[in-house]
Structure formats: C-alpha cells, structure tokens
Design a protein around this ligand. Structure first.
Ligand SMILES: [Zn+2]
Length: 330
C-alpha cells in the first residue's frame, strides 16, 4: 500500500487531501456463487467523501480473488508458482508433464481459474511429490532432455528425504510432519530425547541406532547425512501418514517429547544436552569444537534418565518442566 500513500485530489474539497482507508462490505458472484468480502475504500480525511486512489481497485480485486479461492478451496496463483519451484520446472513443461494443454499453466498464472478437477490435481502435486512422480513417469517423453533431467533431480531428492527404511527414519519423518519448525540441529536432539523418554516411559528403545557425542550435542549420523543439504534452515518434507509404521504408544511418546522440547530451538536443545552426563561423559577429553564420534550408549542414556525420572517424574509435563529448568539453560 506504500506506493499509494500521500495526498489525492478530493472532488468535494477541490484540493489535495489526505485520506483514510475504511472497509466496505461487498458481494460479488464468483464462479457461480455469491462471495462477500470487505473491500477497502478511501475517504477524504477533511470532508469524508469518497476519493479515488490509484492502485486500490487492483488491490481489492486481488484480495477478492484470493479470498474466494480460499473459501472454495481452489489453488492460488502463488501455490502454482510454488509447484514450479518445488520441481524446478517451467510453465510449459509442467503443463505437458501433467497432461494439460501447452498454455494451461501459463493461463492459470495469469489468473485464469482452473476447473475443480485441475485445481485438485495441482494441489496434490504441491503437497506430495509421489503424485508428480506418477505424472513424470507417464509423460517424461513429452519433455525435452534438459527439462526432464531437472525434474528428475528434484524427484530423486524428494524420494531420498521422504522415504524411510528404518524406524529411526520413520520417527524423523513423523517429527518433520509435526507443527513445529525443525532444523537438522533440533531434529538430532529431539531423536535423542525421544530415545531417552522411550527408555523411561516404555522401558524399551524405539530404535537400535546409537547417537554420537558431536561438538553440538548428540547426533544420529544416518539422519544427519540425510537432511544435511538443508543446512541450518527448516527441513521441509511432504505430508506423510506414518500411523502404520509407528504404533500408538510410540507416537504418544514422540508427541509428548515434542510438546515439551520442540518448543525450543536447536541451539537451546544443544545446550540442554551439553549439561547432561550422557553427552558430557562421551565427549570428555575432546575440545569444545573438536569433532568427536564417540557413541553414547543406550546404557548411559537409560542410567541417567532413570535417575532423572526418580527425581522429577518425567511422565508428567510438570516434572519435565522442572527437570528442564533445573539444568539452568532456559
Ligand atoms: Zn474532501
């Protein structure tokens, strides 16, 4: 809205005046249905009459379109742009690979409304790469070699980060599908606390993998490698239903740990782990930033967290909170 601030000509005052933006309820027919929205109109600050502000009609048009699409669950133009980025594909190859007319995506990007069916197709490929993989496998011959290669690279990457062959990979995906913003650093610490809480609350390990006492806290190397390409950024994976891979008790423990620990960022979680003996003992003898691959044994985790559990009762949120605050980090 910055570009249209300032004074405009008021027909009533016959001079340049400042103005205020106010809401006005407006109803229009969109895709055969009535849709109401609050459009913004400008009124002269001096006399209260309506004034014309360049650009405001376009802004209202845009907001109206977005609101109608959201209300009727139609894909937004910006979501179609996300699809292009997600699969490193241009407008025409995307049309071709999805079996649409050559200019279809281009027209959608210009604002044309897709049919219900095409809108749903686009939504699916945005949220789950497996749908796009199907289109790609069926139609890749319609793409030129360069476009096909680019898409293939992306699809292989999504295959790698969204697949799971082991329980720890499934748990990692479950964490990444949660509502929390997860980085590779926080993911490692959460896996560690999930293992610790499984020992205490279920009396067993969820996964066999041992974590290592790296400089920045406990790390499971296989998971670290898998998501390394995200660096310090949030890890984004597709929506995956993991209820068949992880039983209910395990999911409860994960949800419980996430509720108590995923509220902290990776650095804070690292600091927490640094003040606990399993990491401290395994890392002993190494410099603060020195690379260390000493394993933290299951026994060390069980022993430490059983003692913590006796003192704080880790089966209650209150107990977990007291334990965390006793570490003096947060
Ligand atoms: Zn006026």
């Amino acid at each position: 809205m910055d570009t249209i601030l300032g004074k405009v000509l008021c027909g009533e005052c016959r001079s340049l005046q400042e103005y205020d933006l106010v809401s006005e309820r407006s109803e229009r027919i969109w895709n055969g249905k009535a849709c109401t929205f609050n459009k913004r109109i400008a009124v002269c600050r001096n006399c209260g009459h309506r004034v014309y502000v360049p650009g405001l009609d376009d802004i209202n048009e845009n907001e109206f379109e977005v609101k109608c699409r959201e209300e009727n669950d139609y894909i937004l133009v910006e979501e179609i742009q996300e699809i292009l980025e997600k699969y490193d594909v241009d407008k025409r190859p995307l049309s071709k690979v999805m079996g649409l007319g050559e200019h279809t995506i281009e027209n959608y990007l210009k604002g044309q409304l897709p049919s219900r069916r095409y809108s749903d197709m686009l939504r699916r490929v945005l949220h789950c790469y497996l749908y796009m993989k199907d289109y790609y496998d069926n139609n890749k011959d319609k793409l030129n070699k360069h476009a096909a290669e680019r898409m293939k690279t992306k699809l292989e990457f999504y295959d790698q980060i969204n697949s799971h062959d082991s329980t720890i990979e499934a748990v990692a995906l479950y964490i990444l599908n949660s509502k929390y913003e997860i980085t590779n650093m926080s993911l490692q610490k959460l896996l560690y606390y999930i293992e610790a809480f499984a020992q205490v609350l279920l009396g067993k390990s969820i996964y066999d993998n041992r974590c290592e006492a790296w400089a920045y806290g406990p790390v499971y190397p296989c998971i670290y490698e898998k998501y390394k390409s995200f660096g310090k950024s949030q890890i984004i994976v597709d929506e995956i239903d993991l209820t068949d891979c992880l039983d209910e008790n395990v999911r409860k423990v994960i949800d419980y740990v996430l509720g108590n620990f995923a509220i902290y960022n990776g650095v804070t979680l690292k600091d927490l782990s640094h003040s606990e003996s399993p990491w401290k003992n395994a890392h002993a003898g190494y410099g603060a930033k020195e690379h260390c691959t000493e394993q933290i044994s299951h026994d060390a985790i069980t022993e430490y967290f059983s003692a913590v559990n006796n003192k704080f009762d880790l089966s209650t949120d209150e107990g977990v909170k007291q334990y965390i605050s006793s570490l003096g980090v947060v």
